[in-house]
Design a protein around this ligand. Structure first.
Ligand code: HQG
Length: 189
């Protein structure tokens, strides 16, 4: 199995379908490494601990983490299964960014940013990352989010070790889309 295939498989199993590899996650999203390797092996995906550690270390977005003795592994974000990742709430920067596509703007204007199938709304501290996230779906639109104001109004924010900001929802009033529907890149108002 290539590193890339293993990364995709880990995303699928550790975020969405642990049962697909015959394993379960604990409340904080951790899986037993031996059980995971055995589960992958049973599906004909022979992977050893060295390759697993290599993929965790070199993954482009640092999506996964191993615990100190490499006996447990989890995804750092992106889950659709219920997990409590145990991150400490943090004060976010005044402005964060979200990458999306134009087709989503009417619904976002109406309902704000929703977590959709994921565990949280994903935001980034820089526009470039948001542009890359949006470009996965087409021509990227980068929205600014008034994270500081939302936080002062009671919104709770977390940041994963790999720098992704997570929050439950961003109501429309905190999303920078102007009346023309053109996303306000980096605008604070
Ligand atoms: C949109 C990848 C309609 C939202 C990336 C997005 C990221 C709405 C899509 C991470 C909406 C959800 C997360 C609303 C939000 N109405 N559409 N009210 N609110 N949307 O993939 O943020 O490779 O679940 O704009 O790099 O795109 O998986 O979220 O277009 O970090 O590690 O609904 O996934 O990382 O899409 O991406 P997603 P996302 P990984």
């Amino acid at each position: 199995m290539t590193d890339r295939d293993l990364s995709h498989r880990l995303s699928y199993v550790l975020r969405h379908r642990p049962d697909a590899a015959g394993i379960s996650l604990d409340a904080a999203g951790w899986a037993d490494v031996d059980a995971l390797l055995a589960g992958l092996d049973a599906q004909g995906c022979g992977v050893d601990l060295a390759q697993l550690e290599h993929v965790v270390d070199t993954n482009d977005k640092q999506r996964f983490e191993l615990d100190a003795d490499a006996t447990h592994i989890r995804a750092r974000q992106g889950h659709s299964v219920a997990v409590a990742l145990g991150y400490t709430p943090l004060v976010p920067p005044e402005i964060l960014f979200h990458g999306t596509v134009a087709a989503a703007l009417p619904a976002i204007r109406e309902a704000g940013l929703q977590k959709m199938r994921r565990h949280a709304v994903h935001l980034s501290a820089d526009e470039e990352t948001a542009a890359r996230v949006g470009a996965r779906r087409g021509v990227a639109c980068v929205l600014s989010v008034r994270a500081g104001a939302l936080h002062r109004d009671g919104g709770i924010f977390f940041r994963t070790e790999n720098g992704v900001w997570l929050t439950d929802a961003v109501p429309p009033a905190y999303v920078g889309i102007d009346d023309s529907g053109i996303p306000a890149r980096g605008r604070a108002d």
